[in-house]
Design a protein around this ligand. Structure first.
Ligand SMILES: Nc1nc2c(ncn2[C@@H]2O[C@H](COP(=O)(O)OP(=O)(O)OP(=O)(O)O)[C@@H](O)[C@H]2O)c(=O)[nH]1
Ligand SMILES: [Mg+2]
Length: 302
């Protein structure tokens, strides 16, 4: 057998560029990206092919010191993704270097690294000078014995081919795990909900995005080839509803339009998207909200 296949988990602090790299590797947008931290909430699988290898990239939530239930569930999902992977890539932001958060992650690697190779990817190299990179690479390699180090820009595409080629060779020999044309392993209703959450995050006030979640409640295929998609945006406070709706509903309209356009492009067909905002004070403590997100509610226990 000449084919290889396996899982590559991308881990790192929030905002390190894990989702950007996932999308770059897959060649399509399967995971949402924003300039804000804690965008990704669950594990998102994107599939890439490199030569004879099928690489399943597992994008994970950022690793940070969790305080709330949702935080804890997200961080547990990220470490769980690393523990299940054949290879792990740790993403570090070149311009931020070895932060306290990075030091904490390095401690966690001691365990994860026992069962698999860990590669270092210093990301956002477009933001720093070469000297900074070399010093940072040395510093990080002194702290942990990485299998390999890559200097990349997930956004601009620098160095990502070398990383993908190396990963392809590291995966175990075996048959491919997904059909050749599959690029993501996530139900369409969840991808659609994520797209809407991205548009909400990009548009709204700093504090709000964490306090909301989006669910696709209904997906109805229509005879003309289009689909009607109904989504609910759960928020924790009444005031948040007003922010999302905006003056005369202009915010929700713009968000809905942007999400619909992206969904239509992704699917290559017409979509009728309907958003409803519901206030649900305790949604952050509801098990069902977590399973809809792809998280384990119990992971949020203290
Ligand atoms: N300059 C620069 N910006 C980048 C690069 N890669 C990602 N970014 C930006 O960094 C921000 C965060 O990117 P994401 O891919 O959402 O980061 P993430 O690690 O998935 O973040 P979480 O999901 O919150 O953990 C976005 O604004 C990206 O456009 C890069 O190579 N260079
Ligand atoms: Mg992300």
């Amino acid at each position: 057998m000449t084919t290889r296949a396996g899982f590559v988990a991308l881990i790192g602090e929030p905002n390190a560029g894990k989702s950007t790299l996932t999308n770059r590797m897959v060649g399509a947008k399967v995971s949402i990206v924003t300039h804000k931290v804690q965008t990704t909430r669950a594990r998102i699988r994107g599939v890439a092919i490199e030569g004879d290898s099928q690489i399943v990239f597992v994008d994970t939530p950022g690793l940070f010191q969790p305080k709330r239930r949702l935080d804890r569930a997200m961080v547990a999902a990220a470490w769980g993704g690393a523990a299940d992977a054949d290879v792990v890539v740790l993403l570090i932001e070149a311009h931020r270097g070895v932060t306290e958060g990075v030091k904490n992650i390095l401690e966690g690697l001691a365990d994860i690294g026992k069962g698999r190779k860990i590669a270092l990817a210093i990301n956002k190299i477009d933001r720093v000078k070469a000297e900074v990179l070399l010093a940072l690479s040395k510093d990080l390699n002194d702290r942990y014995d990485f299998a390999e180090t890559f200097m990349i820009s997930a956004e601009k595409g620098h160095g990502v081919v070398a990383l993908r080629e190396w990963l392809a060779g590291e995966l175990p020999k075996g048959p491919w795990l997904y059909p050749e044309d599959q690029i993501a392993d996530l139900p369409m209703r969840m991808i659609a909900a994520e797209m809407t959450r991205e548009k909400l995050t990009l548009r709204l006030h700093q504090e709000l995005p964490y306090q909301l979640t989006v669910e696709t409640e209904n997906w109805e295929e229509r005879k003309d080839g289009s689909a009607r998609v109904d989504q609910v945006v759960y928020v924790a406070r009444d005031g948040h509803k007003g922010i999302i709706l905006g003056n005369k509903g202009e915010s929700i309209k713009a968000i809905s339009k942007a999400a619909r356009e992206e969904l239509e492009e992704f699917l290559g067909r017409r979509i009728h998207l309907f958003l409803q905002v519901k206030v649900r004070e305790k949604w952050l403590d509801e098990a069902e909200r977590y399973s809809e997100m792809g998280l384990n509610f119990k992971d949020g226990n203290k």
